[in-house]
Design a protein around this ligand. Structure first.
Ligand code: ZN
Length: 829
């Protein structure tokens, strides 16, 4: 019997469904004057809202406005209007009854010290070098902390900001700048967005910036970075014209907004935010020449640019359908990678998308991509909405063919531009363009939880001259029972490769294919066309063959498969792939596999490869893999990597973490020295902190403590707080985590929650319960509640649980030693 699959552990018992808000008026235009009192972190505002009644007899409107002091509410000529305000909703009484279609205006004068939505970055005694900046982050529902409006994605309006700032400030906002003047002590900047967009996409940035502009195909491209970082603009953003061109071409629709600004700001709380025509990005995406070796801004730039179509031009109608923004941007980002770097990079990116989703699926929860059952809108911004949805779109593209897929995207954009859509709207466009029914596809991939897992067994019968392939769907209970999906198989006999596509529609299916000569190789979905977790029952010889396949997907699956084999032959093959594969991703996977194997032979393979391999991303993987060996040879190589300034920052960072994992007795002094090494986004410092936490000694703890303190960069503090979790025997570690749970910066509080989640200690339950119920950031609340739940669950399982874990660790160590001995005996024969 088919049962709806709601997933597992995502919704808490008290959660209920969220349906779209549906007011009886439209917000058509908002024109706000904002005075920024920067030092006081305070604003004064005057917002004029032009509204249209959708029915007869409307007497009042409800607006979203959080934590404001309302000074006055009036009509357009200044006539005062009655209102009531409870700190969240501002109800304005219109004084008369409005008719359906009638246009009217409301003016709200207010003050606020926004706790969210608008952020003031200012120097203080801990961070005296900070340069003042003000920037907004509206998504999901935070613009209401600084603008009274109707704050819901389905409401589309034009917008206008007139911003009063200190005279030397520069201001950016949506649309185009129509005026800039001085008025008394103020600089006044007037920005207009004359196409309708959703309120959460209204944005404001003010501060000191280096600005560069160019024009490409009639689009004005603006890059703004904190003063002094101009030299990094090119390296970070030079592919923007190519990205915009690619997207316009792929989607068959020109860039919609006339100009496109990318503004890098300090202390940004996310990677990037795709406000209409003005993307705000973390300044950490700016990077120097050295970081450019193996750090790329392009994925972030492409993702946010893609949102200008999917998200801004066509917007999800509500948060339940957020995949219409995020999965599309994530998939288009991958498609840009294909255009830029080729098919191998694309496939590897999709594999990594699958890994990211599976990590969330395994360690946290599963849910349908579209679900109404959540408590906070931010909860649906997860690995189901981003990477899993991207995999679903990729599968859709494979099923209908890419040309048709592009027609679907184009039609969808055409049909809903400057408006909103939900998943059913998208499904209907798919059906309109293909002329086929697609309920089954959306049911299994979008409206139900889980993903297909496919076990593939095959054998060749030389007498019957028959290739037999059995495919079984082995996904767990929380997944859709039986998926319908195409799987392409190719097999190689003497006369060459043959490709066949099989439609899987049952729990188990066996296919018989007559083949005259012996089948030497068989590959499953070698072009990565279908989203399914594959378990292909290759033997050792076949895996070694697959590791030399011309398909990147096959090679990577083979490397992962060989990690479980541990024989000399497997290690030899992996070593060859590590040193010789033409694609860095396969080499990196081979290194990881060798690390997992963990035997003496595997260590030797890694040490030898380290001398030969140049690609920084492969070196990163080697450095990571070496952390699996408690061996002074591994440690010495890691020290050499860590202290070599020619290496990439990221390789050195990984080496620092691994050095700690080796538990080498001399590691401490090297890690301490590494703490001060300058690097992109402090990655080496962060790697060293992680290394110290892995080392786990008293002196390591004393050092980490200093990096929790205010005054250190935020990413470093986050790493240090998380690192405290590795010291469960120290009372002080708990005190510091609890202190971090009270920090002003929500990212530090989130780090405290992560530390608690790792420590699994009931001592931290009071902190988690407090954060879960009262933190102003919903992300913190959600994570705290999740951590508290897992601690309580493990308490129920009792003390034996921990003992069992220790026991398993011992057995693993023992097993490793036995394997080493076995390998030595083997090599003797
Ligand atoms: Zn996004």
């Amino acid at each position: 019997m088919y049962v709806k699959k709601h997933g597992r552990d995502f919704a808490f018992p008290d959660y209920g469904p969220n349906y779209p808000r549906c007011p009886d008026f439209r917000l058509e235009h908002i024109r706000a004057k904002i005075w920024l009192y920067v030092r006081e972190r305070r604003i004064e505002g005057e917002a004029l809202l032009r509204l249209r009644s959708l029915r007869d007899g409307i007497t009042h409107v409800e607006l979203d406005a959080v934590d404001m002091t309302i000074r006055a509410v009036s009509g357009p000529k200044g006539e005062p209007l009655d209102y009531s305000y409870d700190g969240e909703r501002l109800t304005v009484f219109l004084g008369d009854n409005k008719k359906a279609g009638e246009l009217f205006e409301v003016i709200v004068r207010y003050e606020a010290q926004p706790k969210k939505g608008l952020y003031f970055v200012l120097p203080d005694k801990h961070y005296p070098n900070r340069v003042p900046q003000v920037w907004s982050q509206g998504e999901t529902e935070d613009n209401r902390y600084w603008l009274p409006l109707y704050d819901y994605p389905s409401m589309k309006c034009t917008s206008e900001l007139i911003v009063y700032v200190p005279k030397d400030f520069v201001v950016f906002s949506n649309g185009r700048l129509v005026g800039k003047r001085e008025e008394e002590k103020w600089g006044v900047w007037h920005w207009i967005m004359d196409k309708p967009h959703s309120p959460y996409l209204i944005a404001l940035v003010a501060g000191y910036f280096d600005v560069r502009e160019e024009e490409v195909d009639g689009i004005r491209l603006v890059y703004a970075v904190p003063k002094g970082r101009e030299a990094d603009i090119d390296r970070t953003f030079s592919r923007t014209p190519d990205i915009i061109k690619f997207l316009s071409d792929y989607l068959g629709m020109p860039y919609p907004w006339g100009e496109y600004k990318q503004i890098c700001v300090s202390e940004f709380i996310f990677g990037g935010m795709e406000n209409t025509s003005i993307t705000i990005l973390t300044e950490n995406t700016l990077h120097d020449e050295k970081a450019h070796m193996d750090y790329e801004s392009e994925p972030l730039v492409a993702h946010e640019a893609a949102h200008q179509w999917f998200g801004d031009l066509v917007t999800t109608k509500d948060w339940a359908n957020i995949w219409l923004n995020e999965s599309f941007a994530t998939y288009l980002e991958a498609l840009y990678t294909r255009h830029w770097k080729g098919m191998d990079e694309f496939i590897y990116k999709m594999i990594k998308n699958m890994d990211t989703y599976l990590r969330e699926y395994k360690t946290r929860y599963s849910r349908p991509i579209v679900t109404r059952v959540y408590k906070y809108s931010s909860e649906v911004f997860d690995a189901h909405s981003y990477p899993k949805g991207a995999l679903v779109l990729h599968t859709l593209s494979s099923v209908v063919g890419e040309d048709t897929f592009r027609k679907i995207l184009r039609r969808f954009l055409e049909k809903f531009k400057y408006g909103c859509a939900d998943t059913e709207d998208f499904r209907k466009v798919v059906e309109e363009i293909t002329g086929k029914d697609f309920e089954w596809f959306f049911d299994q991939y979008v409206y139900n939880a889980g993903h297909p897992e496919l076990t593939v067994e095959y054998s060749y019968d030389p007498e019957a001259k028959m290739l037999r392939i059995t495919m079984r769907q082995t996904q767990k209970e929380d997944c859709w029972d039986v998926y319908r999906l195409p799987i392409e198989i190719r097999y190689k006999a003497k006369s060459g490769w043959v490709r066949k596509t099989f439609w899987i529609e049952k729990k188990e299916q066996t296919f018989y294919i007559p083949v005259e000569e012996k089948v030497e190789r068989i590959c499953v979905d070698s072009d990565f066309k279908t989203f399914a977790v594959l378990d292909i029952k290759h033997g050792l010889e076949q895996l070694i063959g697959e590791l030399k396949c011309d398909s990147v997907y096959c090679r990577i699956l083979a490397a992962r498969g060989l990690a479980k084999h541990r024989s000399s032959k497997a290690i030899e093959a992996l070593k060859n792939a590590l040193i010789g594969d033409e694609f860095w991703g396969v080499s990196a996977e081979a290194a990881e596999a060798l690390g997992k194997i963990g035997t003496e032979e595997a260590l030797e393979a890694l040490l030898d490869a380290e001398k030969k391999v140049k690609h920084p991303k492969v070196r990163r993987a080697i450095a990571k893999a070496l952390g699996n060996f408690r061996d002074s040879r591994a440690a010495e190589v890691l020290v050499r990597i860590l202290e070599n300034k020619e290496e990439s920052y990221y390789v050195r960072s990984e080496a620092a973490t691994s050095l700690g994992k080796t538990k080498w007795r001399k590691a401490y002094k090297h890690l301490v020295r590494a703490l001060g090494a300058p690097s992109h986004n402090h990655v080496i410092t962060v790697g060293a902190i992680r290394g110290l936490s892995e080392l786990g000694t008293d002196e390591a703890f004393e050092t980490i403590k200093k990096y929790v303190e205010l005054g250190k960069p935020t990413v470093v503090r986050v790493a240090a707080v998380v690192a405290l979790a590795k010291f469960p025997e120290k009372k002080e570690a708990y005190d510091l985590i609890m202190e971090a749970g009270k920090d002003e910066d929500f990212r530090i509080r989130l780090a405290a929650v992560m530390a608690a989640q790792e420590m699994m200690s009931p001592r931290l339950l009071p902190m988690l319960d407090r954060l879960a119920s009262e933190d102003i950031f919903e992300q913190v609340r959600r994570r705290a509640r999740e951590a508290a739940r897992s601690i309580r669950k493990s308490l129920e399982k009792g003390v034996e649980y921990r003992k069992l874990r220790e026991e398993i660790e011992k057995i693993r160590e023992e097993n490793r030693r036995l394997l080493d001995r076995l390998a030595r005996i083997e090599s003797r024969f």
